[in-house]
Design a protein. Structure first.
Length: 435
């Protein structure tokens, strides 16, 4: 085989490592290295030297270690076998990545499992040529962008799945709102992936998450979007889901031809619609529903005939109907300030104007800042500091509605601290509860 006189790069533009095909070299061989490239000379699996950009001559004068390994005499042209590797150290910023199959994640806001897809791109630069060749390239003749994506697919997919899940729980947001946090998520992923790639001599320049989406034809996604669309419509018009169900029930009764009160019910619905939708309509419809209870009958005490509830005399025997008054049940409580009885429907005590503070479980009036109800002796639920819902489980560590953590936080550095700590183990500042 002929001895090579001049060696130069002949690989593609997307190649990171390229091996010169001929291994029969000789002293005084010229090695041409382009800008943003490095050449690593291997002999017997050992890296002899690294050449930067320029023209280099393989001789014992330029490579002193070559004389020891190859055992060449000084001067003259002596053949030997070696490997010449070209390493491209350009900034490659268009390496694309993506999830081949959807990732099943639980939405912390709506508590349903939704398939999630994500894609983006990242940029790298070969930082340590020897480390890159020995750990990653091995015996491959060439290593390009596709090989890099293949080698690190398990790394970035694991980090992406874990990071998206962590952000959903930490921020308490829906998967449908994740695109508002792409910049923060991209920086977070770069910090987590960069140390692993550095072990292979690769510098991670950037890592971008371009989009996080869900399949439009997935049943769970379609159901969630329909529910959100319906809620938005209710917010615009000004009524709740309970009120809508009441409207549907009344409308069904009004359109039922077998109902004796269809006409009156239809008139009530029309009257309610005319008064406007919202709180006023809800009150008017509640009044109509209460007044349209004419289907109940009572019996005459003389002839036992059925008589309408509003009739005063029996139409069969003419006997005056005896009115039996039922004792009215009033749900009352005792004022925690003055001890007077008042209805639980009131917001203030009519005797002393003290604000009604009902127990979550039994409705008894309690003084403010009490932790245990004096009537039912149950612990008063504490509201979530973020969303405000009452938490019945006093040992809960996270809010079931928004995912907010109840752990103590340091006022200095903001890390979560065990409840038993009086000083932050990170910065040493005394905790807020002990100030």
């Amino acid at each position: 085989m002929a001895i090579v006189d001049v060696i130069k790069y002949n690989g593609g533009p997307d190649v990171f490592a390229w091996k010169y095909p001929n291994e029969q070299l000789g002293t005084w061989t010229q090695v041409i290295v382009n800008e943003s490239q490095e050449v690593v000379l291997f002999k017997g699996g050992q890296a002899l030297d690294v050449f930067a950009a320029g023209r280099h001559t393989l001789s014992t004068a330029n490579i002193p270690i070559l004389n020891k390994i190859v055992n060449l005499p000084f001067g003259g042209r002596s053949p030997f076998a070696a490997e010449v590797w070209y390493i491209n150290k350009i900034h490659s910023l268009e390496i694309k990545w993506g999830t081949q199959s959807p990732i099943q994640l639980q939405d912390p806001k709506y508590n349903i499992f939704i398939p999630v897809r994500s894609f983006g791109q990242f940029g790298i630069q070969i930082n340590d040529s020897k480390e890159f060749l020995t750990k990653l390239v091995g015996t491959l003749p060439v290593l390009d962008k596709d090989s890099i994506v293949k080698f690190f697919r398990g790394l970035y997919l694991t980090k992406v799945k874990d990071s998206i899940s962590s952000y959903l729980i930490k921020k308490g947001i829906s998967i449908l709102e994740m695109n508002a946090y792409l910049v923060e998520l991209s920086e977070f992923l770069k910090e987590r992936i960069a140390p692993t790639m550095a072990e292979y001599g690769i510098n991670l320049l950037n890592f971008y998450v371009k989009d996080i989406n869900v399949p439009e034809d997935d049943p769970a996604v379609m159901k969630l979007k329909d529910a959100l669309s319906k809620r938005a419509e209710m917010d615009i018009v000004g009524y709740t889901f309970v009120q809508e169900r009441s409207f549907d029930t009344l409308e069904g009764a009004a359109t039922n031809p077998g109902s004796a009160q269809a006409g009156l019910m239809g008139a009530g619905i029309g009257l309610g619609m005319g008064m406007g939708v919202g709180g006023t309509m809800g009150g008017q419809m509640g009044t109509i529903a209460q007044n349209i209870n004419t289907s109940e009958m009572k019996k005459c005490q003389s002839c036992n005939a059925e008589v309408d509830m509003i009739a005063r005399f029996c139409p069969s025997c003419g006997t005056e109907i005896q009115i039996i008054e039922q004792p009215q049940q009033i749900d009352v409580t005792i004022c925690s300030e003055c001890g007077a009885d008042f209805s639980k429907n009131y917001k203030f005590c009519p005797s002393c104007s003290n604000a009604y503070n009902p127990c979550y479980f039994c409705g008894a009036d309690m003084k403010k800042d009490v932790t245990i109800c004096p009537v039912c002796e149950k612990t008063v639920p504490k509201p979530c500091p973020k969303c405000g819902i009452l938490i019945e489980n006093e040992n809960a560590k996270f809010c079931p509605e928004c995912g907010e953590s109840f752990a103590k936080k340091c006022s200095g550095c903001g890390i979560q601290i065990d409840d038993s700590h009086k000083f932050c183990p990170e910065c040493g500042i005394k905790t807020e509860e002990d100030l």
